[in-house]
Design a protein around this ligand. Structure first.
Ligand SMILES: [Zn+2]
Length: 108
């Protein structure tokens, strides 16, 4: 793979992460959505557990469960999406940007 900038011949280049960013964002959205679904059951579980500590415990437990489920889902989705995006970047786009002149080109 030639990573030299075709314009200025600089070897000071880095891969662009177009698909990784897109994948990470989409994954986070998807993960948060499925996380929200599991957050509901997590909230119920938290509320049930918290109920032993009284009404306040039930509310707090539900909140903690919902937060946990949503956050975990979003984070897991984001990581998975970024992984997929990485593969797409490498195998489909294979784009590099020159750090010296800013030129974006396709590595061959
Ligand atoms: Zn250049």
């Amino acid at each position: 793979m030639n990573t030299l900038c075709p314009l200025c011949r600089s070897s000071n280049t880095h891969p662009t992460h177009t698909a990784r960013h897109v994948g990470g964002t989409l994954g986070a959205l998807g993960g948060a959505t499925s996380g929200a679904a599991s957050a509901l059951s997590a909230a119920k579980a938290g509320a049930t557990l918290g109920a032993f500590a009284g009404p306040a415990g039930s509310v707090l437990g539900g909140l903690a469960g919902a937060l946990f489920g949503g956050l975990l889902g979003g984070a897991a989705g984001s990581v998975a999406g970024a992984r997929v995006g990485d593969v797409v970047d490498k195998n489909v786009f294979n784009r590099l940007q020159c750090d010296d002149c800013g030129h974006v080109f396709t590595a061959r």
